[in-house]
Design a protein around this ligand. Structure first.
Ligand code: ZN
Length: 134
């Protein structure tokens, strides 16, 4: 797949954060909340080794999960959808334009394009916006 880099565009992203650590991100607040509830870190730490918390923060400074709104620069990239059969997982294939690493992320039936993607090659807030056709 040919990689073309566009000018960054400003995008609002919703980040699911717990105790100063970012776990999930999405282009929509409702989707970010859903991703938090589905995440293995969302649960009761006293009965689950991987869980960090199952509580939503009641204020910005309180412990627990919160959805942070952030305005970030994103690069638009072209992605390829590989839709599997019924019992097969669908994937979204994409290549980071910065480090040229290839990724294949799970694509669930609720996912839509554009999709927010992230590569850890630069800094943790490097976001990419996946579209089907540039
Ligand atoms: Zn990268």
């Amino acid at each position: 797949m040919e990689i073309s880099i566009t000018m960054p565009t400003t995008t609002i992203v919703y980040i699911g954060r717990c105790n100063e650590r970012d776990y999930v991100f999405a282009l929509d607040r409702g989707v970010a909340e859903k991703l938090v509830r589905q995440h293995f870190a969302f649960g009761n730490p006293s009965c689950d080794d991987y869980a960090v918390s199952n509580k939503w923060a009641l204020s910005d400074t309180a412990p627990g999960w919160k959805i942070i709104t952030q305005e970030v620069d994103t690069l638009k990239i072209e992605v390829e959808l590989k839709v599997g059969d019924e019992d097969e997982t669908s994937h979204v294939a994409w290549t980071c334009p910065v480090c040229t690493k290839a990724f294949s992320d799970d694509w669930t039936s609720g996912d839509r394009l554009p999709i927010l993607l992230s590569c850890g090659c630069n800094d943790k807030s490097k976001f990419l916006l996946g579209v089907r056709n540039m």
